[in-house]
Design a protein around this ligand. Structure first.
Ligand code: ADP
Ligand code: ADP
Length: 229
């Protein structure tokens, strides 16, 4: 479940400057749809409308047919997981950071999520590299390792819907590929909205929506879009 539908969505932060001018597309349950476009195109705005950081001004965003405006932000957050570009961690253990938002999760589940995200060895460390257990300095987490913490958090939470907002954009090419592989596993069979600025990072998406000047300029699979250009 967790099918998302954007229906003729209009939105402007400033009435004089429309950002989204009639956007319609679906993310079928369990599928991955990527929204690609230049910086400022309104990609992140789409995700903000999904989790109701803002509300649409015209049209609707629905999850399983229900208008998100009829759902509280709190319940939306319980079904939506998010991996942002830069994961900001609390100055507490990695285990604490993974458990955040799921206070009832067992130690075993937190450990399993950390191992699945390949961040297991860091679980008792602090993000800035201070070992909380023995008070020794350790390694400071790299950008890729921070993204692995966000991935572990998602594995633990296991939300039906996942937003990946430029989740690999801040990483170097090699780390980007490693994190992308981990994200591909997490997004499998989960309704996933990917936000990216380059087509090359969303090759495996079921559909790619190209946003330009507030409208959908192109849409199709990666293969289809490459053929047209
Ligand atoms: P993208 O994710 O494609 O880079 P955004 O959705 O973040 O684009 O932003 C789309 C446009 O809306 C940009 O021109 C941006 O400056 C503007 N914008 C984003 N957030 C706000 C805000 N809170 N208030 C006013 N303008 C905003
Ligand atoms: P809680 O689960 O206690 O509500 P948060 O509200 O901080 O904790 O976040 C819970 C989940 O909500 C996060 O794991 C993430 O999936 C989602 N979330 C939090 N902030 C955002 C955001 N800015 N955009 C999209 N999703 C978010």
């Amino acid at each position: 479940d967790g099918a998302i539908s954007f229906k003729d969505v209009h939105f402007a932060y400033d009435p004089a400057r429309p950002i989204l001018k009639g956007i319609s597309f679906d993310v079928p349950a369990g599928k991955t749809v990527a929204v690609v476009g230049p910086s400022g195109a309104g990609k992140s705005t789409l995700s903000r409308l999904l989790y109701r950081f803002y509300d649409v001004q015209e049209g609707a965003v629905t999850i399983d047919g229900q208008d998100v405006r009829d759902v509280t932000q709190k319940s939306l957050r319980s079904v939506i997981g998010m991996v942002p570009q830069d994961t900001v961690l609390f100055n507490d253990t990695i285990a604490y950071n993974i458990r955040y938002g799921r206070p009832g999760a067992s130690d075993a589940d937190v450990t399993a999520a950390a191992e699945a995200a390949q961040i297991g060895p860091f679980i008792r460390h602090l993000p800035e590299g201070f070992n909380a257990m023995v008070g020794e300095r350790g390694l400071k987490l790299s950008g890729g390792e921070k993204q692995r913490v966000a991935i572990a958090r998602t594995i633990l939470k296991s939300p039906p819907i996942l937003i990946l907002d430029e989740a690999t954009s801040a990483l170097d090419t090699r780390t980007e590929q490693e994190i992308q592989a981990a994200l591909d596993v997490v997004s499998q069979n989960r309704t996933t909205l990917v936000i990216a600025h380059r087509l090359s990072t969303v090759i495996s998406a079921d559909e790619i929506i190209v946003l330009k000047d507030g409208v959908i300029a192109e849409r199709g699979t990666h293969g289809e879009l490459m053929q047209r250009d």
